[in-house]
Design a protein around this ligand. Structure first.
Ligand SMILES: Nc1ncnc2c1ncn2[C@@H]1O[C@H](COP(=O)(O)OP(=O)(O)OP(=O)(O)O)[C@@H](O)[C@H]1O
Length: 226
């Protein structure tokens, strides 16, 4: 059984001028531990799809199964618990808590869901080069360091699925690729599946599959497609 199984997902946004169709019967699945890139032009609906999977927005129709359970059947409290315990969201804005030092930021989600692995924390801190930053506050870090903190926080509780929206979007290309390679390794060590929105083909090449969103539908890209 796939970890994530999406069938016929349809979403449009209604506004004063009419309706913007975004997703039209989109379907795909992801197994535990697998990784996939989600690519497509600006405005094609990548972030919308991520938000629907995270239960932050409602589809018009279609079903999202996570671990065999339809997330539409969950109430708001159950969805929040799913996000806290089984998912991680990594966005371009790192959403670190400005009043907490780095170490508390990193432990935040793990503490909330009661899953803390000290050895894995040491591994994350070492590989991400954060050992000397633990008592600083987010505003005392560079953008790249803040992003490494966000990655450590996202993985410490070993979520089943990481949803990442252009996680390296604020970095220059060289740093992005370095962080991407590290991110991919750490996601694997955490045993998590990864669905990552990216504009970059090079980033996408680090992952097992590439999906392309266009004209409201999703297709699988093979290596020769671009
Ligand atoms: N809350 C909203 N209300 C109305 N329209 C929206 C809303 N959110 C997104 N849209 C529209 O839905 C479409 C898809 O937006 P989305 O942000 O999912 O695209 P994207 O592929 O992530 O784009 P980008 O690569 O630029 O981040 C766009 O036309 C956008 O204007």
């Amino acid at each position: 059984m796939p970890l994530l199984d999406i069938t016929d997902l349809t979403k449009s946004y209604a506004h004063a001028e009419g309706v913007t169709p975004v997703l039209d019967r989109v379907g795909f699945s992801l197994k535990a531990g697998e990784s996939a890139a989600l690519r497509g032009e600006s405005g094609s609906g990548k972030s919308t799809l991520l938000h629907l999977i995270a239960g932050l927005d409602e589809a018009d129709s279609g079903v999202i199964h996570f671990d065999g359970q339809a997330i539409q059947s969950l109430n708001e409290q159950e969805r929040a618990k799913l996000r806290r315990d089984r998912l991680s969201l990594v966005f371009q804005q790192f959403h670190l808590i400005s009043t907490l030092p780095v170490l508390d930021n990193i432990r935040f989600q793990a503490a909330l869901c009661g899953r803390y692995d000290e050895m894995f924390e040491q591994e994350l801190l070492g590989k991400l080069g954060l050992q000397d930053q633990l008592h600083k506050y987010p505003h005392q870090l560079s953008g790249g360091q803040q992003q490494r903190v966000a990655i450590a926080r996202a993985l410490l509780h070993k979520p089943a699925l990481v949803l990442a929206d252009e996680p390296t979007g604020n970095l220059d290309e060289q740093s992005s690729l370095q962080v991407m390679s590290l991110f991919k390794d750490l996601v694997q060590q955490a045993g998590s599946a990864l669905l990552m929105v990216t504009h970059s083909r090079e980033m996408a090449n680090y992952l097992d599959h590439q999906w392309w969103l266009q004209h409201h539908t999703l297709s699988l890209l093979s290596a020769s497609d671009d």
